[in-house]
Write a protein that binds this ligand. Structure first.
Ligand code: ADP
Ligand code: MG
Length: 358
């Protein structure tokens, strides 16, 4: 839920080049007030540059940025009312925890008593109550990142920007902090833009995800839709596991070899297209089923992965698809040996067709 003072952000046609390289290419993005939006993309796709443009540390070559109704493109960083958290904490090592958190309040000339009260509240918020007098060097990585977060929150900014804030932490702590950040966001309702290259982190935390590819916005949607209805092969490959089969569209009818494929959504343009298959969407069936596209194939391999079993199926003609089923599922017991034939079903509602290439 958005807090009363949360702002929406309009990024319009923002471009930035370094030399001949377009690092941001006409990016359009609307972040809703109170939303937790993640910029997700591979290393070098322009995520940090976009965040720096939003923060005011990098001036774009062209475009417009509105915080609410205010154009901020010419506004200095300290006038943008932003809280920022970076990967490497950027805490002052010679100051204790409380002085680090109070720093933005000092800049804003908040009085001592009010400052002390707010610092204590911010520490409570990040579950570090009573840690004010500690030195930074006495803290673990996770605690330091909480201090950095408290410092970003203490002056109640209307927008928070975070650039891979958890990537220096080990997996367990990272997953804990993901849930904590999410909980904190639900409590405060501050408009948040979060940068990560970790698709799982993006899926876990975000209201919406903006997938960035080479400085361009590839797709902006909810985690569920980004995963189940990617708009391109790039998005589908970047998020989750998938296999692509060549299919052909002719007069609005899709075929995989001779078999007609039914899919959700509008037909694509005639020509070669791709059918995306996620391993958990495939099911083992007893033959043709209503509401499903069915494929015959032979088992060519299986790998036990603890909670799941991965099974490789050869559909012929070099097309291998992967099926993932819970290791305790009943169907596994009656599965033929390697080389045996089975029929796979893919629900029409799950069948996603994508343009070839891209
Ligand atoms: P990401 O955060 O997605 O990894 P960045 O925004 O840091 O990507 O960088 C995108 C591209 O812009 C990279 O190719 C990087 O080398 C280039 N780049 C970023 N900042 C500068 C700069 N100050 N000068 C020249 N090239 C830069
Ligand atoms: Mg970066």
């Amino acid at each position: 839920m958005a807090s009363a003072s949360a702002l929406d952000i309009h990024v319009r046609q923002v471009s930035k080049s370094y030399g001949a390289v377009a690092v941001l290419d006409r990016v359009d993005l609307h972040v809703q007030a109170g939303e937790f939006l993640t910029l997700l993309g591979p290393s070098g796709s322009g995520k940090t540059t976009l965040l720096m443009v939003l923060a005011g540390f990098t001036r774009p070559d062209s475009g417009s940025i509105l915080f609410g109704t205010q154009e901020v493109i010419r506004l200095a960083p300290q006038k943008r009312d932003l809280g920022m958290v970076f990967q490497n904490y950027a805490l002052f090592p010679h100051m204790n925890v409380a002085a680090n958190i109070a720093f933005p309040l000092r800049l804003r000339k908040v009085g001592a008593a009010e400052s002390a009260r707010r610092v204590e509240a911010a520490l409570e918020m990040v579950q570090l109550g009573g840690y004010g007098a500690r030195g930074i060097h006495e803290l673990s990585g996770g605690q330091r990142q909480r201090v950095a977060l408290a410092r970003a929150l203490v002056f109640e900014p209307r927008i928070i920007l975070m650039d891979e804030p958890l990537s220096a932490l080990d997996k367990q702590l990272r997953e804990l902090m993901q849930l904590e950040l999410r909980r904190l966001h639900e409590k405060l309702g501050t408009t948040t833009i979060y940068v990560t290259h970790d698709q799982r982190e993006a899926l876990t935390m975000s209201d919406r995800i903006a997938v960035i590819d080479k400085g361009k916005l590839a797709q902006l949607d909810t985690p569920q839709r980004i995963y189940s209805k990617p708009s391109s092969r790039f998005v589908a490959e970047f998020i989750g596991e998938s296999t692509f089969l060549d299919v052909t569209m002719a007069a609005g009818v899709c075929r995989y070899r001779d078999a007609v494929i039914k899919a959700d959504g509008a037909p694509l343009r005639d020509g070669r297209c791709l059918m995306m298959i996620r391993p958990e969407q495939l099911q083992i069936v007893d033959g043709a089923q209503d509401g499903m596209n069915c494929f015959g194939g032979r088992i060519v391999g299986r790998v036990f992965q603890g909670d799941t079993m991965r099974i490789e199926i050869d559909l012929g003609g070099g097309d291998i698809v992967t099926l993932r089923v819970p290791a305790n599922s009943a169907g596994l017991k009656s599965l033929p040996a390697d080389g045996g034939s089975i029929t796979l079903g893919l629900a029409i509602a799950d069948t996603t067709l994508l343009p070839d290439g891209g």
